[in-house]
Write a protein that binds this ligand. Structure first.
Ligand code: TMP
Length: 211
């Protein structure tokens, strides 16, 4: 069946506040009368939530990049088939906190796996179900270090949060490449000290596309 909804994804290195912005956008779209579904990756299905535990638990320090790639892809395949595709076919606005670009940026550019291979694995997981719009929240690494420092002190960090700042630099460079290659789909938002200023950029972009 042909897709009728609209699919928005949020992307960026950890600590940009993307989850908060995704929640706010979902609330605003709902208030505007659109049936809206907010999801997060990895997760969103029973299988996906279990895979999330395996991926993010701090104990799994020996996990290889290839294992990460396939586990993220497995969780995504479940989410697309069980939730995203049926919702889009019903006309729902689907917002997903991370999607295919995270895998290209983290496992491809971050871990150094072959980027074309990562893209092919993504294709196998999602088929035709690609985002209509991707909001990439970008932040400079100095500001990010301050925010992540606070999180680590609060002991909220997961396995990937423990990666060094150099890893985040590679991931960020990955997002820059993705945005440069697909500027029509991927919209760069600069993370501002006041999160309302960041959100203003996001809502303006979404309004241009769908409201
Ligand atoms: P979260 O902190 O946004 O919930 O994301 C969980 C972590 O998983 C985050 O560090 C990014 C990472 N990740 C990947 O490395 N590859 C992926 O494909 C996805 C979806 C997330």
């Amino acid at each position: 069946m042909k897709k009728r909804g609209f699919f928005i994804t949020f992307e960026g290195v950890d600590g940009t506040g993307k989850t908060t912005h995704a929640e706010r956008l979902a609330a605003d779209l709902t208030a505007a009368g659109h049936e809206t579904l907010l999801l997060r990756e990895p997760g969103g299905t029973s299988i996906g939530e279990q895979i999330r535990q395996i991926l993010l638990t701090r104990e799994h320090q020996t996990m290889t990049g290839i294992s990460e790639l396939f586990l993220f892809a497995a969780a995504r395949s479940q989410l697309v088939r069980e939730v995203i595709r049926p919702a889009l076919e019903r006309g729902v606005y689907v917002i997903c906190d991370r999607f295919i670009d995270s895998t290209v940026a983290y496992q491809g550019y971050g871990r150094g796996l072959d980027v074309d291979f990562v893209r092919r694995v993504n294709e196998a997981a999602v088929g035709e179900t690609k985002p209509d719009l991707t909001i990439w929240i970008d932040i400079d690494l100095e500001a990010l270090a301050k925010r992540l420092g606070k999180r680590t002190k609060n002991n909220q960090s997961d396995r990937l949060d423990l990666e060094p700042m150099a890893f985040r630099g590679k991931v960020r460079a990955g997002y820059q490449e993705i945005q440069a290659s697909e500027p029509e789909r991927v919209f760069r938002v600069v993370s501002m000290p006041d999160k309302n200023d960041t959100y203003e950029q996001i809502i303006q972009c979404v309004r241009r596309e769908i409201l």
